[in-house]
Design a binder for this molecule. Structure first.
Ligand SMILES: *Cc1c(COP(=O)(O)O)cnc(C)c1O
Length: 379
């Protein structure tokens, strides 16, 4: 059986009729940018999260960099962020000229809140929390520390649509909650899209101005903004998907419940969910020191996997200029070497799940790789 890491076509087929009629409705409306679909989506998404205002944008990266721009964080400022994130989180900081300060992750793959305070300097202005793989980070601790040191809090919720910490939804704790609607996300569009959730009208208005060339009134420009508008057609399709998000997240959770209960292999470390947090399973990420073997073995069984992420931002060429001290990011680098995401998508059949579970359970690392590992341990 051939199993791909993700199947976005399945997610489309589940509600094909609704998606198609919405697309046709928008096409026939004759209004394609900043119209009633975007307005409605903003209303519905804000209500879904429990936040006050939503502003639709063109991507998750735009949500991030505009958040720091609007909060006034730039050159000379430091932002704390976990070392093991997707590079877009970091670019949201550096596009503004601010400096990312990497913090080690905890065993749940989110920022280790017990290591935050030691990284705070007089230049620290904000904490960027990434709810990685779909699990909410410990926001109670993050907010406590942020208040103590007067720091802004930005949440990267690109992978956590619907995840909560102690009953409150991610994206509503900090100053700005940043969302991506890239097609593979839990709440995915059929192209690029993004949004922010904020609780202050004044902040919401700034995002509305920045996304439209810095103008509130046509041809009257207050600031140097950008073009970062969510399309009407994407907003319409997102409204359809949002109306099913709870059941979509529920389905992912059912699949992962099976993975957690039925995958039993001493060489494969399963993900854990921390107390107080919910997980919306954007990815099901396991860890093994024999990753190369494991990928090769799964490939032989036609099971596709992806590494999220093989190169941590501090080791990417783009961020060589930061000269990050690698000795401070041992766990980050270990995770980059060991993590692997198993196939997971809406519309995954029971047979496909069975096949993945069986394959993983029968995996044994080769002798060669065990010997190599022993050798490395001796060095
Ligand atoms: C997808 C993603 C982004 C970027 O979103 P885009 O819409 O692709 O710009 C940012 N952060 C994280 C953690 C992501 O997974």
């Amino acid at each position: 059986m051939k199993i791909m890491p993700n199947r976005m076509d399945r997610g489309f087929q589940m509600y094909q009729q609704e998606f198609e009629s919405k697309a046709i409705e928008v096409l026939r409306s004759g209004w394609y940018i900043l119209g009633k679909e975007v307005k409605q989506f903003e209303k519905e998404f804000a209500a879904y999260t429990g936040g006050k205002y939503c502003v639709g944008l063109a991507s998750g990266l735009d949500a991030l960099w505009l958040a720091f721009r609007i909060l006034g964080i730039g050159e000379g400022d430091e932002v704390l962020v976990q070392g093991n994130t997707y590079i877009a989180s970091v670019m949201g900081i550096t596009i503004n000229g601010a400096t990312p300060v990497f913090v080690e992750p905890d065993e749940y793959y989110n920022i280790d809140v017990s290591r935050l305070e030691e990284k705070i300097t007089s230049k620290t202005k904000a904490i960027l929390v990434v709810h990685l793989y779909g699990q909410a980070a410990n926001m109670t601790e993050v907010i406590r520390i942020a208040e103590k040191y007067h720091l802004k809090v930005v949440e990267d919720c690109a992978q956590s649509h619907g995840a909560c910490f102690e009953g409150k939804m991610t994206g509503t704790f900090g100053d700005v909650g940043c969302f991506s609607f890239y097609p593979s996300k839990n709440l995915g569009a059929f192209g690029d899209g993004g949004a922010v959730i904020v609780n202050k009208e004044e902040l919401a208005q700034k995002f509305r101005v920045y996304r439209n060339y810095g103008s509130e009134k046509r041809y009257y420009n207050m600031v140097v903004g950008t073009n970062s508008r969510l399309d009407e057609i994407q907003a319409g399709l997102l409204r359809v998907r949002l109306s099913h998000l709870e059941e979509l997240n529920q389905e992912r959770s059912q699949i992962c419940k099976r993975y957690l209960a039925e995958i039993q292999n001493p060489d494969i470390k399963l993900p854990q969910v921390q107390k107080g947090a919910t997980h919306v399973w954007h990815q099901f990420v396991v860890r093994t020191v024999n990753r190369e073997d494991f990928i090769y073995y799964l490939e032989q069984k036609e099971i596709g996997t992806i590494i999220h992420y093989p190169i941590p931002p501090h080791l990417s060429e783009a961020y060589a200029y930061l000269h990050t001290d690698r000795s401070q990011l041992v766990i980050t680098e270990q995770y980059a070497n060991e993590v692997l995401s198993l196939p997971l998508y809406n519309g995954m059949t029971k047979e496909e799940q069975d096949y993945v579970i069986d394959a993983v359970n029968y995996f044994r690392p080769s002798k060669q790789s065990n010997e190599k590992k022993k050798l490395e341990e001796q060095i």
